[in-house]
Write a protein that binds this ligand. Structure first.
Ligand SMILES: Nc1ncnc2c1ncn2[C@@H]1O[C@H](COP(=O)(O)OP(=O)(O)OP(=O)(O)O)[C@@H](O)[C@H]1O
Length: 262
């Protein structure tokens, strides 16, 4: 089966700086990847390649079987769910449901004079319920908590039934309850849509859903390790990635990190 993502020997240069250095990665159907690394490691830059936002300088990137450079990026992006909780340029007082429905048209605002179909409305309501927001369905965007906004944007990203969900630090700024609700819903998504693959960017292993099965460690634009979590998320490798001795433990599927005692 064609991989969902296939990245081979990719370099990315911006303003004369090598931001990604010989990156290779293959994500297969149903896999859930964590992309980890310290500030400035290149995680968001790599995610912008995986999300068909930018082209590589060298090497090849295939997204859903389409090679970047040979395909209309805008069209390709309409088949991806890319969630960046920091970018929500939603100007009007849209409700949760309105925002989720904009995922059907891949627009930031509802398309004027276009009424959503019954199927779209039903799917929006199903996704809103799946993300635990049924009680907030008609709440206006400005009144939502950060966690509710993040989950609304995930529901929005799922409207076109994407095969790939890209999540850029989805738990940033959430309190413990917000983070745990997010993780619970991501877990539910993974079991509800077994064909869905995902890549989640974070600095914090505590934020990884238990269904995370693969990980890539990035540092200074280079790949330190990539593969099944059992092989990659070890105290030694994660410590090297963040340049600090740590102890990593996993309990009930969740990871905890603390500084290694000397
Ligand atoms: N357009 C650009 N031109 C030049 N440098 C850039 C550009 N975009 C990003 N960078 C630099 O590339 C490096 C990697 O940035 P990136 O945002 O991908 O890192 P990150 O791992 O996501 O970091 P963080 O965890 O802080 O979000 C940083 O040093 C950043 O300043």
């Amino acid at each position: 089966m064609t991989p969902v993502l296939h990245v081979a020997d990719v370099d990315l240069v911006r303003d004369g700086r090598l931001l990604l250095n010989q990156i290779s990665l293959t994500v297969r159907v149903g896999e859930h990847w964590a992309l980890l690394g310290p500030n400035g490691a290149g995680k968001s830059t790599l995610l912008s390649l995986l999300g068909a936002v930018t082209h590589p300088t060298r090497g090849t990137v295939e997204v859903l079987g389409h090679r970047l450079g040979r395909v209309d990026l805008h069209e390709l992006r309409s088949h991806l769910g890319h969630v960046d909780p920091r970018h929500t340029p939603l100007s009007r007082r849209l409700s949760v449901r309105d925002v989720v429905l904009t995922g059907a048209t891949n627009t930031l605002e509802p398309v004027p004079r276009r009424t959503p179909t019954v199927d779209e409305t039903t799917r929006a309501d199903d996704l809103i319920a799946l993300l635990g927001l049924a009680h907030r369905r008609d709440a206006p965007w400005p009144t939502l908590s950060q966690g509710e906004r993040g989950r609304t944007l995930i529901a929005r990203a799922l409207m076109p039934s994407p095969r790939l969900l890209l999540l850029d630090e989805p738990a940033t700024g959430l309190d413990i309850a917000g983070r745990e609700q997010l993780i619970e819903r991501l877990d539910l998504l993974q079991s509800t849509f077994p064909q869905l693959s995902s890549v989640l960017v974070t600095h914090h292993l505590e934020e990884l859903p238990p269904g995370t099965d693969h990980a890539m460690l990035l540092r200074d634009g280079s790949r330190l390790a990539a593969g099944p979590v059992e092989d990659v998320l070890t105290s030694d490798q994660v410590g090297k990635c963040f340049d600090h001795p740590i102890e990593l433990t996993r309990l009930n599927g969740r990871w905890t990190v603390h500084a290694a005692r000397t």
